[in-house]
Ligand binder design. Structure first.
Ligand code: SF4
Length: 333
């Protein structure tokens, strides 16, 4: 019996990666779509980052597995060997790590090669010919990556040389236009996909400002990265941060972090919950309460409950909030 050829596909849920996996699957390759979840996916609970990729893969008839890359990913954001893009996105290092990890998984699953949805010259940093070659070499997967959307422009890969795939299956899409991909999606019945880099907060300018500031003060860790996705942030001292919820959903997310921070909630008016670093001095706490009072429905004479730990809390009344221009002075991003 002829051996079934298997491949692992880097899958973001975007149009290109969905098309690439689908093209190979239609030619009889057993494709497993691999979706990496990093600390910089847009959700506070990383479990929620499985959507919408789950739905997109199912609609396209693809098998999907989700893989978390957390600590290792923070390391490349701290020290990207190949630098950042326009914001805090270390795209080349990120792709190297994804390729390394997808191939580790591929080998465990008995895959013969890797599929990616890359399109030559679509992105300035990581999809130029030299970058594509460099990324493959650094990841230790030279010759094993098939790029169905632009493969006609690239040298033959090991899967072609071994006869696992045919060159005729590969397309010649190049550049930033998405016209051909959209036509192809229609032909293959793919209606649902995410926007390019839509899920990656490292390409977001506001998030990148917050992240840079975090790295200069507290340093990068998973709790803080998750916290950056929420609320208004204020720097009160070198090691003191205040986070103020913007709505009820954020308030309930902030509650998840309350054991790691001083937790502040207004008692006699509607208003935001807030977190303050445990390192805060009495003076920092006073300032924090005046800032939080500014966002309360009734901002004068606000009674706050301050929870320092499970068994230590206190009530403090704040007569006047901080003036708006003063509040802005402490704001991050
Ligand atoms: S946009 Fe984000 S996920 Fe995509 S390659 Fe760049 S850093 Fe990685």
């Amino acid at each position: 019996m002829k051996e079934k050829i298997k491949a692992v596909a880097l899958f973001s849920g975007g149009l290109d990666s969905t098309l690439a996996a689908k093209i190979m699957e239609q030619h009889g390759i057993d494709v497993i779509a691999v979706h990496f979840i990093t600390p910089f996916c847009g959700k506070v609970n990383l479990e929620d980052c499985k959507e919408p990729q789950d739905t997109i893969a199912k609609e396209a008839g693809l098998k999907i597995v989700h893989e978390l890359i957390l600590k290792e990913y923070l390391e490349i954001v701290k020290h990207p060997k190949f630098g950042y893009g326009k914001n805090m996105n270390p795209c080349i290092d990120c792709k190297i790590l994804f390729l390394k990890r997808v191939w580790q998984l591929g080998q465990e699953l008995g895959a013969h090669f890797i599929i990616t949805g890359e399109v030559l010259d679509q992105r300035p940093m990581s999809q130029r010919m030299e970058a594509i070659k460099l990324i493959e070499e650094e990841a230790g997967v030279s010759g094993l990556v098939v790029r169905p959307l632009c493969g006609k422009f690239l040298p033959p890969t090991i899967p072609e040389e071994k006869g696992w795939i045919e060159r005729e299956w590969l397309l010649n899409i190049r550049g930033r236009s998405r016209k051909r991909q959209l036509e192809l999606a229609q032909k293959l019945g793919i209606k649902n996909f995410t926007q390019p880099a839509g899920g990656c907060l490292l390409t977001d300018p506001t998030f990148s400002i917050r992240l840079r500031e975090l790295m200069e003060h507290e340093g990068l860790d998973l709790i803080y990265v998750n916290l950056l996705k929420l609320g208004r942030h204020f720097r009160l001292a070198d090691n003191v941060r205040l986070v103020v919820g913007r709505n009820q959903v954020e308030n309930s997310h902030l509650r998840q972090f309350k054991d790691d921070f001083v937790f502040i909630e207004p008692l006699n008016t509607k208003g935001p919950d807030a977190l303050l670093s445990k390192e805060a001095s009495g003076e920092d706490l006073g300032l924090a309460l005046k800032i939080v009072a500014r966002y309360c429905d009734d901002s004068t004479n606000v009674i706050f409950k301050i929870r320092f730990s499970k068994d230590k809390s206190q009530e403090i009344t704040v007569e006047e909030p901080l003036p708006p221009q003063e509040v802005e002075r402490y704001r991050i991003g």
